[in-house]
Write a protein that binds this ligand. Sequence first.
Ligand SMILES: [Zn+2]
Length: 254
Amino acid sequence: MKNLSDKSIVLSSYSFFLALAAVFAAVAVIFSSPALRMTEEEAARLADSGAVKSKPTLTVIIDAGHGGEDGGAVAADGTCEKDINLEIARRLYLILTSYGIDCRMTRDDDIMLSDGEGGTKKMRDLKRRIAATEGGGCIFLSIHQNKFPDESCRGTQIYYSKNAPESQKLASDLQNAVKTYLQPDNKRQIKPAGSEIFVLDRCTVPAVLAECGFLSNPGELSLLKTEDYQKKLCCVIAFSVAGFLLDGPAPGPS
Ligand SMILES: [Zn+2]
């Protein structure tokens, strides 16, 4: 099975350029108006029209963090992180697949991913998320929301796995795109994940985790709950992922 460090992987640059151009166009359309004019359904119709035909080699594993009895962070108004994670993951899946990028979701429902075998239920859940990357040929993108006692904290924070060198580039692309297109006041820098972020610590393919925003910040919470903001965020993420796939794998250590 191919993986990103295999130099034999050749992306179809020309056809994928069309996909990237379409993503650029979608971002331009969406950010050119206060009202979102392109819906995900319209984006899908555009792809079906034949304007965009491509299928990059790599699969994007979209991981909606938490689920089921594991709600993740909970906002003061009772909003559960797991629900926003899933909404964003579903939107991202729709946008990326609309442009010919192969995607899989670790969960597409309000469930934990536990199979009844040994270990704690939470640990089994995390291991099954990582298992989705086994065999390589993919990148791993985990979607989460942040929470902190200081309510003033806000802004997207991207973490990356230290196990594959390409992770840092993907994280940097994502963090920079968020700053450029969505959060000009965001001064956050990407951070390497330690053992406290299990999925990134154990993942061997290029892997990043996006803490999309802070549920503890009332303003950001309000935004994160809206369809419009989620769509904008997903367009920015899709833009970065498409650019990363177009660039191809960074050279690994020799
Ligand atoms: Zn989380």
